[in-house]
Design a protein around this ligand. Structure first.
Ligand SMILES: [Zn+2]
Ligand SMILES: [Zn+2]
Length: 156
């Protein structure tokens, strides 16, 4: 590990646990440059914000939360999506989720159906049309070895 670590079973663990009131693992405590505890809730902050949570100060968290609100401006609060026709998807702040569209992980904003536990990245939910267009363009492109001169296509 690239950070300082105590060997497993080291006796100093008990005093660290007492100092930082560690009740369960995994636990992450952020300590500032002066040695002052920034937060004992760093684990939750990482769960919500990922690496953006660094350096964990209250001001920084407020700032990124404001950025997230800003990000969601212009997105609909609710939408219907072809991948989930049964219910409306509601713009929801989630922690970590798996996108049911692209199957990659997402965090924070999701177009979400609580009833079915169905998530879509805002990107996946809102850019559906663009994807379709790209597919069509691919299909429309001329086959290899052909040249198109205006309306006429001929073998090159
Ligand atoms: Zn996705
Ligand atoms: Zn649903």
């Amino acid at each position: 590990m690239p950070w300082l670590a105590l060997p497993f079973g080291d006796k100093r663990k008990a005093s660290l646990s007492r100092t930082f009131k560690v009740h369960g693992i995994p636990s992450l405590i952020a300590i500032g440059p002066t040695g002052r505890t920034v937060t004992t809730e760093a684990r939750n902050l990482v769960m919500i914000h990922g690496a953006d949570a660094y350096p964990f100060t209250e001001e920084h968290i407020k700032e990124i939360e404001a950025q997230y609100e800003e990000m969601a401006k212009g997105w609909p609060e609710k939408m219907k999506h072809a991948l989930h026709e049964e219910h409306e998807l509601v713009l929801t702040k989630r922690r970590v989720y798996g996108c049911n569209g692209c199957e990659k992980q997402g965090h924070l904003w999701s177009f979400y159906c609580e009833e079915c536990d169905f998530d879509l990245h805002p990107k996946c939910a809102l850019e559906e049309d663009k994807g379709t267009k790209d597919d069509e363009m691919e299909k429309a492109s001329p086959g290899e070895g052909w040249k198109c001169d205006g309306e006429v296509c001929y073998k090159a």
